[in-house]
Design a protein around this ligand. Structure first.
Ligand SMILES: Nc1ncnc2c1ncn2[C@@H]1O[C@H](COP(=O)(O)OP(=O)(O)OP(=O)(O)O)[C@@H](O)[C@H]1O
Length: 294
């Protein structure tokens, strides 16, 4: 038996006046899944998420969240943790009071000390929100996703403005949420974060999906890349490649292992050092760059 999806979007349309922001969009997120909703600027991600979160009414189509209408806030809100791009905590409240508010609004149970520790704001518990740094404010926003281990967590650009330690700590906490069974929906422009973690990706462009699938499925159609620099003089390359303006050679291939072997054998036979050699699968960045060619 397949369980009911945690999010079920069926033929969603959203219009702002005459402007058609989301067009006939359908997708599902399964329980325990890490789903990344990505896309170009203005693609319709925020509009879609706001509808799922219950802030917007669809122009047409149906949205179900946790088997409820998202407009049924009393039923749905306690089960969701939503980290918005700006949570809008009152500047006059302290960190402790702000986190207390999350508890009051969601009616989930948790311990203040536990959440303060996860977001690394224990020493700032008595500090007013207006006096927090940008990164500290962002960590406070993350408390909304952590408090009471919600069944469904939305992370909207969660790492913007965070230093590397804070980013690592945030992803560790997200891993812990997943271990505890939470379903995660991420939107971000830091594609490598989604590439590393998402089970599936919905890639939006101009109001609809350009592609949807696992990272492997999204990158399958594009070649992998081998890149390197060559010393002053060398014989012709054994494979078709191109020289970038900075002097780096690029070989695009659909047979990475085989072509890498050909290149390494050529370098060995000709006693050539391939400087700054790097080879890797297609990255999501390349999938994004390819969008505008369509
Ligand atoms: N309230 C509104 N009134 C009119 N147009 C709107 C409104 N909100 C969004 N739009 C338009 O709808 C489109 C989708 O916007 P949305 O914010 O959903 O995109 P996004 O994918 O989140 O973009 P970004 O990555 O740039 O944040 C954009 O062209 C935007 O200008």
């Amino acid at each position: 038996m397949t369980s009911t999806p945690v999010i079920d979007v069926e033929r969603l349309d959203l219009k702002y006046g005459d402007f058609h922001a989301v067009k006939d969009l359908s997708f599902q997120v399964r329980r325990g899944e890490f789903y990344a909703l990505l896309g170009t600027n203005g693609a319709g991600k925020t509009s879609t998420l706001e509808t799922i979160e219950g802030h917007r009414v669809p122009t047409s189509g149906a949205v179900r969240v946790l088997d409820q209408s998202p407009r049924n806030r009393a039923a749905v809100r306690p089960r969701m943790g939503i980290m918005l791009q700006e949570s809008g905590f009152s500047p006059d409240l302290t960190v402790r009071e702000s986190i207390g508010l999350i508890g009051a609004l969601t009616r989930r149970q948790d311990r203040l000390q536990r959440v303060l520790s996860i977001v690394d704001l224990t020493s700032k518990a008595g500090t007013k929100v207006s006096q927090l740094s940008g990164g500290e404010k962002r960590r406070l926003d993350f408390a909304t996703a952590v408090w009471g281990t919600p069944e469904l967590v939305f992370l909207d650009e969660p790492t913007t403005g965070l230093d590397i330690q804070s980013r690592d700590a945030l992803w560790d906490a997200v891993d812990k949420l997943r271990e505890d069974g939470s379903t995660i929906v991420l939107t971000t422009h830091y594609l490598e974060e989604a590439q590393q973690r998402a089970d599936r990706i919905g890639l939006m462009h101009r109001g609809t999906f350009h592609q949807e699938g696992t990272v492997a499925e999204l990158t399958r159609t594009l070649p992998a890349v081998i890149q390197f620099r060559l010393p002053g003089t060398s014989p012709a390359l054994p494979l078709p490649g191109r020289r970038e303006s900075g002097g780096t050679f690029l070989i695009e291939t659909h047979q990475l292992q085989k072509d890498l072997f050909v290149l390494l054998r050529w370098a060995q036979d000709n006693a050539i050092e391939l400087r700054e050699l790097a080879a890797g699968p297609t990255r999501l960045d390349d999938v994004f760059r390819a969008i505008n060619n369509h």
